[in-house]
Design a protein around this ligand. Structure first.
Ligand code: URA
Length: 231
């Protein structure tokens, strides 16, 4: 890889900034000052910027506790985005694995590995997602069967895939889905005459949101979690 590209991938600086940084003699490869952006960076080279080693990010998998009021987009003028919480040198190389609504909190993965995220979001793999919902109207046992049979959502023809509704208390339930249609949980409750007041995603593919993560906090997924989700 060319040095100027290496610098922009590891630090997020533009090509122009990389050229200026190189001209200021701030970059070394294996201890030697290098001033030309076109220079090839060998795989095992140690590249330093003013003494700090720069490392290329390989495939990266992040668990994020999305707070309410934050949007799953790379840029947004009126809302804080997921990426403003994550300290990534090149956020445009990353994407969220599926989306949560502005008003939904909970488990969200962020990655730069498109194949891995496809396994989680593709309907073919029917990856289970569990949501905890607080609703305005009392939950009724017949809704459990309705969720299992599939519901017709407003404006759609195909019924939803069988979903599991577990009633926890009069106004609280856990919902397990294997698909991810737009505002699906909210629209499923609307289809049975109820209204979601709060919605929180607890798990994806058996991986639970880490209880040590406060809203807005994140950590790397463990190798075991990455493998479990790819499986
Ligand atoms: N279903 C919803 O209605 N909203 C979400 O954010 C996720 C699932």
């Amino acid at each position: 890889m060319r040095l100027d590209r290496f610098l922009s991938e590891t630090t997020g600086m533009s090509r122009k900034e990389a050229t200026r940084t190189l001209h200021r003699s701030e970059i070394t490869i294996n201890g030697d000052v290098v001033k030309k952006g076109a220079v090839h960076v060998p795989e095992d080279a140690v590249v330093e910027w003013n003494g700090t080693t720069l490392t290329l990010l390989g495939p990266t998998y992040i668990m994020f506790h999305k707070p309410v009021g934050c949007i799953c987009a790379n840029d947004d003028l009126s809302h804080v985005t997921v990426f403003s919480y994550l300290d990534l040198p090149n956020p445009e190389k990353f994407h969220t694995v599926g989306r949560l609504d502005l008003d939904t909190s909970g488990l969200l993965f962020v990655t730069n590995d498109g194949q891995w995220s496809h396994r989680i979001t593709s309907p073919k793999h029917a990856c289970e997602k569990v949501y905890r919902a607080q609703v305005s109207e009392p939950l009724l046992p017949e809704h459990v069967e309705a969720f299992k049979q599939g519901l017709k959502l407003h404006g759609e023809v195909a019924l939803t895939q069988p979903a599991h509704l577990e009633i926890i208390s009069a106004h609280e339930a856990l919902v397990t889905l294997t698909e991810g249609r737009y505002h699906q949980v909210r629209r499923m409750f609307a289809a049975v005459g109820n209204k979601v007041e709060t919605l929180h995603r607890e798990s994806i593919g058996g991986v639970q949101l880490d209880t040590d993560l406060e809203p807005g906090e994140f950590r790397d997924l463990t190798a075991a979690e990455v493998a479990q989700l790819a499986g």
